[in-house]
Design a protein around this ligand. Structure first.
Ligand code: 4AD
Ligand code: MG
Length: 427
C-alpha cells in the first residue's frame, strides 16, 4: 500500500490508507485510544479500538513516538480536519521518551530544545513558507535573465564596516566570515552582468533586537549597466512576486500564523520612494527626535510606518553615514544613491539594503582613506574599476527578515531552523 500524506486525506474518504507520522496528542480509555497523528503536511485524529493489532502500543506510546498505521478514512464533521481514521493496524516505529517540551514553556527553554521544537506546528508552517520564499526568489530571477553564481564565505575585506566582522584564522593569516557577497559580485557583474545569489552572511551583531541574527540568509543581486531607479524597480518586483506567491500557496498557513493577509494583498508595485531628508521632517511632525546623519532606529521606523500599508523605500541617505562603495548623488552630493526597503508593521523593518555603486577608483580610494581603511586590502576591488568600469547597482535582502514580516512572527529567530545569536550557538 502506498503512503498517504495527511493533507491528502480528504481525497481518500471511505478508503483504506497507510499513514506515517508522529504522535501529536494522545488520550486513552480502557477500550479505546485517540491518537492525533502529525506528518509534515498536517494532523488527523486516528481512533484505535481494543480489537486492533497494536492497541497495547497505542495505549503505551507517548507523544512524538513515530508510528505507521493502516485504517479507513471517515468523514467526521466534529474532527478539526473534517476526517477521522478508524485504525485497523497500529505499529510504533520508535517509542519516544517523555517529551521535554510541555505547554507554556519559556522562549529560552524552547531554544535549548530547538532540535525538537522545530517539529512544532508553528515552526513547520514558517519553514514551509520560507521554502516557498526561497523558491520564489529563484523563479523571479531566473525568469528575468539573471545568472545564479556564488562567491566566497571567507574573505579579507569588510563590506559593511569593521564593527560586525567575525574574525577567523586562515592558515595563519587573518580573515573574516563574509558580511555580503557584494564586493566579489561587483567583479562578477563585469562578466555575467545580471547575477544573484542566496547564501549565508555573517554579522557579529551586538544588538539584541528582534530583527538581528549572527548568521542569516542573504539574497543578493548585482546588475551591470543599470542605474539606481532601475534597481529599485527590480527590488519592488521581487518583493511583490514573493508576497503574492506566498498568498497563493499558503493562505491557510498564513492565516493560522496570524499574518495580515489584507495588507499582504496590497503588496504590489510601485513602492513609494521617500527621501531620507523627508523622514526627518516627518519625525519632526510626529515629535520623534532625529537629526541629519542619524541612522533610522526601530523606534523611528515604527512611527514612520504608521503612514504606510505596504513596503516603501527610504532613498538618498547622508553620504558620511554610508560605506565607501555607494555612488554620490549627482543632484545632491551630500547624499548617496541608495535605498533601504522598509516593510510596515510590528514584524517589519528594513528588509532590503542596496545602492548604485561608485565607478571612479579615485573616489573609492579617497573614501577608504577617509574611513581609515588600508586600501592595500582592496587592490583587486579597485582593479575592477581600472579595467572598463561601468555603472552598476545591487542590493541584499534578508531572507529571515522577509519571512518574519510576511508571516508576522514576533522574533526573527523563529524564521531560521537553528538560529545563531549573540548568546546562542546550541543546538
Ligand atoms: O543593509 P545591509 O547591511 O546591506 C548589505 O550587506 C549590502 N552589501 C547588500 C548589497 O548591496 N548587496 O544588509 C542587507 C540586508 C538588510 O536589509 C537586512 O534585510 C539583512 O540584510 N540583514 C540582516 N538580517 C538578519 N540579521 C542581521 N544581523 C542582518 N543584517 C542585515
Ligand atoms: Mg542596511
Amino acid at each position: 500500500m502506498e503512503r498517504t500524506v495527511i493533507a491528502d486525506i480528504g481525497k481518500m474518504s471511505g478508503k483504506n490508507v497507510l499513514l506515517k507520522g508522529w504522535i501529536y496528542r494522545t488520550r486513552s480509555g480502557k477500550n479505546i485510544s485517540f491518537v492525533v497523528l502529525r506528518d509534515y503536511s498536517g494532523t488527523v485524529q486516528c481512533v484505535v479500538k481494543d480489537d486492533v493489532k497494536g492497541f497495547g502500543d497505542a495505549q503505551k506510546a507517548l507523544i512524538e513516538s513515530s508510528v505507521e498505521l493502516k485504517g479507513k478514512v471517515k468523514k467526521d464533521e466534529r474532527a478539526p480536519t473534517g476526517y477521522e481514521v478508524q485504525v485497523t493496524d497500529f505499529r510504533v516505529v520508535g517509542f519516544a521518551d517523555d517529551f521535554p517540551i510541555k505547554e507554556q514553556q519559556s522562549p529560552e527553554l524552547l531554544l535549548d530544545w530547538r532540535h525538537l521544537w522545530i517539529r512544532s506546528q508553528k515552526l513547520n508552517k514558517i519553514f514551509r513558507i520560507r521554502s516557498t520564499i526561497l523558491g520564489a526568489i529563484h523563479e523571479y530571477y531566473r525568469s528575468s535573465g539573471f545568472f545564479e553564481i556564488q562567491s566566497p564565505s571567507i574573505t579579507t575585506m569588510a563590506c559593511e564596516g569593521g564593527s560586525t566582522l567575525f574574525e577567523m584564522k586562515y592558515f595563519g593569516q587573518k580573515a573574516f566570515l563574509t558580511q555580503s557577497w557584494q564586493l566579489h559580485a561587483e567583479a562578477l557583474a563585469s562578466s555575467l552582468e545580471k547575477i544573484y545569489c542566496i547564501a549565508p552572511s555573517f554579522r557579529s551583531e551586538r544588538s539584541r533586537t528582534r530583527h538581528h541574527l549572527a548568521e542569516y540568509w542573504h539574497a543578493e543581486a548585482e546588475v551591470a549597466w543599470i542605474d539606481h531607479e532601475e534597481s529599485l524597480k527590480i527590488q519592488e518586483g521581487l518583493i511583490s512576486h514573493i508576497v503574492q506567491t506566498c498568498i497563493k500557496r499558503h493562505r491557510k498557513d498564513l492565516e493560522e500564523l496570524g499574518a495580515d493577509i489584507k495588507m499582504l494583498e496590497k503588496v504590489k508595485t510601485p513602492f513609494r520612494r521617500l527621501p531620507y531628508s523627508e523622514v526627518i521632517d516627518i519625525m519632526k511632525k510626529k515629535g520623534v527626535k532625529m537629526k541629519w546623519g542619524d541612522d533610522v532606529t526601530d523606534l523611528q521606523l515604527r512611527a514612520l510606518s504608521e503612514d504606510f500599508d505596504k513596503p516603501y523605500f527610504i532613498v538618498n541617505w547622508p553620504k558620511e553615514s554610508k560605506p565607501f562603495y555607494m555612488l554620490e548623488n549627482p543632484k545632491d552630493p551630500k547624499t548617496v544613491l541608495n535605498a533601504d526597503c522598509i516593510a510596515p508593521g510590528d514584524s517589519g523593518g528594513e528588509i532590503i539594503g542596496g545602492s548604485a555603486r561608485e565607478t571612479d577608483p579615485k573616489k573609492i580610494l579617497a573614501k577608504l582613506k577617509a574611513e581609515g581603511t588600508d586600501p592595500a586590502n582592496y587592490g583587486w576591488y579597485l582593479d575592477v574599476r581600472r579595467f572598463g568600469s561601468v555603472p552598476h547597482a545591487g542590493y541584499g535582502m534578508g531572507v529571515e527578515r522577509l519571512t518574519q514580516w510576511i508571516c508576522n512572527v514576533d522574533h526573527i529567530r523563529d524564521c531560521i531552523a537553528f538560529p545563531r545569536t549573540i548568546n546562542r550557538i546550541y543546538p
